[in-house]
Write a protein that binds this ligand. Sequence first.
Ligand SMILES: *Cc1c(COP(=O)(O)O)cnc(C)c1O
Length: 866
Amino acid sequence: MASSRPVDRWIVLKFGGTSVSRRHRWNTIGDLAGKRAEEIGGRALVVVSALSGVTNELTAIAEGAADSAARVDALVTRHGAFLEELELGQEVLAERLAALRGLLQDPRAAGRPLDWQAEVLAQGELLSSTLGAAYLRSRGLDVGWMDARHWLQALPPSPNQSAWSQRLSVNCQGQGGEDFGSRFDAQPTRLLVTQGFIARHGDGGTAILGRGGSDTSAAYFGALLGARGVEIWTDVPGMFSANPKDVPDARLLTRLDYYEAQEIATTGAKVLHPRAIKPCRDAGVPMAIRDTGRPDMPGTRIDGSAEPVPGVKAISRRNGIVLVSMEGIGMWQQVGFLADVFALFKQHGLSVDLIGSAETNVTVSLDPSENLVSTDVLAALSADLAQVCKVKVIVPCAAITLVGRGMRSLLYKLSDVWATFGRERVHMISQSSNDLNLTFVIDEADADGLLPILHGELIDSGAMPVYDAQVFGPRWREIIGSVRPRATPWWRAPAARSRLLALAAQGTPAYAYDLATVRERARQLKAVAAIDRYFYAIKANPHPHILRALAEEGFGLECVSQGELERVFAAVPGIDPAQVLFTPSFAPIDEYRAALARGVNLTVDNVELLQHWPEVFRGRALWLRIDLGHGDGHHRKVNTGGKEAKFGLSAQRVEEFLEQARALDIRIGGIHAHLGSGVENSGHWQQMVDELAGFARRIGSVEVLDIGGGLPVPYSDDDEPFDLDAWGRGLAAVKAVHPAFQLAIEPGRFLVAECGVLLAHATQVVEKDGARRVGLDAGMNALLRPALYDAWHDIANLSRLDQACDADVGVVGPICESSDVFAQRVKLPRATAPGDVMLVADAGAYGFSMASTYNLRALPREEVLP
Ligand SMILES: *Cc1c(COP(=O)(O)O)cnc(C)c1O
């Protein structure tokens, strides 16, 4: 009695075209199916696509291509050759290939009715599944073959369904009858191979599931069987937070709920067809996307049981979007206006994606992947719409979509994203009513290069919670092995740690600087052959020991105030004034006078200085700082180029400056630009050399091009070390074009950030409304960067360095300001307790030099480790 049999456990594995076209891949399929069946203590159903490219051929034949006979011959040859590769006899496919030839002789072939087309299209999967099952059996596996059409039943047509989609893009029954499971269980083998893409039509003939059909077939089978899971095996490791081709930093999404996965699949990701999700969702069957070439990777798991994680999970771009803007006076007052308009879209077979409306305008978007938006169709639609309103078609556009749970509550984190879009012309913004997506429509050309920037901003702003290891996996670049990891920091060495603990015992907060790290960075820079002169921007950290160490390494020193100049001459007594740069900004004129008296290299950056105080500058040799009209950097507040920035002479006023300089007999020996800090794009400096060289030629007397500082350091595991080699190569290349000039640099951060740590004691550990916070005796008064720039610093519990970091905590300071927060989510040992010594890493640059006594808290101590 069938009903008394215990229902077997099933797992469904689907393999696409590239996975079934090679012998070694079939070995993998056999291994994986066997392993999965064993793991669940049950059986595996393998759903396959046609060999790659075959469905395209069959589509051409179904559409009546003139050379159909030749195409069929080629398909016969191809499958015959694959049988040989698999060491199978030709008889395995003899009957199927005869059936394929037979379809061309079929009396229906002349009229190409849809039922005949469906049969033609079905042949690819019938062939691949037959040869695959035979091959796996030849390897000794217990494998059966079955015709999917005996199991998947197309749903009866819905009222608006076209004849075409009733046959060639069907939906299927997702719930089996009473006996579906037991009939299935009655199959004798442990593994079964069947076809994706095809089903039984209500009239007994063949029906096709349409695009993405094999994924959808697997999902239906999973739902009907109440399977343990449906695994879509493909040639990428899963869904990513962005298309890895555009964004190499995109993260693997290791876990999504059905709705997010649906949205990501709909708005961009090609790895899973959006239609495939609903059957599994309805039946509560978990899905996974896995990589056949990397079977050990976790892939993307999609299910309904995960605790929802709010935040942006992915950003995508769709091209070829058509916008139709409809303008009419008082259109909203007209009863039925929208109904009339949308009836016209329906008439032309167009389904609308996004809608935006204003009092006199309605704009809609059409997605080319859902519509046949040919110029003819658009012209016909426009003509009809013109009867009721003024129409404008805007093409080509790109839709950039952010997907994630709780989009509305994330808006406040998206200010950088908004600002980035603000520089483009945004035609339309749409927020989905399910609160899962936010879409911006812009010109396609404007979208180029935007995704990596936006993806970075989403991470930096915390809107994309990449620290959540349940959802976010490795970066694409890590997966393909092109990441250069950060070196282990110096303070993790046991000897350094003991010294730091001893220092902390003498009182915190305290900065500690490792001079060996400073010297190491200095030597790395000095190895860059294209650079002729090196300066250190002392505002990053003017500690006398650091100044002396860098002077010993052959660095000049760059100052921005009289106080810094005095520090330099006090700390490095015999320093040659020519090795000292002074680059003030809006400083009192007396500071310029003092600098000139000392004989240091003075850089000016405006005409007004020369106009107001001609006598100060007459007959002097000066450098000139130019604003090249663009800037960059890790945060808006450190961008020092462009119209908004107070620094540098506008390129428009160079001629005026030179006239004034000539009149005062001033000689310009160097020109300088420094356009931002923490710039990650190494082409930035190359471009600067090129642009500065242009000005230098115009000026004539220039010998040195000073390209500023701004080199970044890797503050988190997400950052890579700056590629000095690539940077040096780029500079050498551009220098070869402008050999007349020496190159100078003046980095601050790069030389000293990693040498410094801030030591503090944990004061209190407090739980509040589900959030756990560790307080430190150092706050924003000691280290301002997190509060000022949202900067990230790694934080470690030095007292418990060997314990696992198993808790997510906020780390805060003792200052009465809500921005007195080092980081919201830091991984620290759960046992972290008051009195523990805590270490804030990479605090050597812009740490102590920006510290204050706010709240009348004392300045931190500073200690130098030789
Ligand atoms: C601050 C500054 C630098 C150093 O910038 P970093 O980003 O720390 O390398 C260099 N030049 C000038 C003029 C500066 O003001």
